[in-house]
Ligand binder design. Structure first.
Ligand code: SF4
Length: 62
């Protein structure tokens, strides 16, 4: 599983980073980004929860 954050849609709410800090982090523009190329299998469920919980649907599986 790979994910990316659409920087134009992210409103910097921080929900994805709270839900899955293994995958999401802040970048220098204070938006979320996926810091891993491949989501580790053990955090896939958390990552999907973050994806589904994003209020602006900025997180996409790629
Ligand atoms: S949950 Fe969505 S809007 Fe909120 S910080 Fe993450 S990517 Fe941005």
């Amino acid at each position: 599983m790979k994910v990316e954050v659409d920087q134009d849609l992210c409103i910097s709410c921080g929900a994805c980073i709270d839900t899955c800090p293994e995958v999401f982090d802040w970048n220098e523009d204070e938006k979320a980004y996926a810091k891993v190329d491949e989501v580790p299998p053990e955090v896939e469920d958390d990552c999907r929860e973050a994806l589904e919980g994003c209020p602006t649907e900025a997180i996409k599986e790629v």
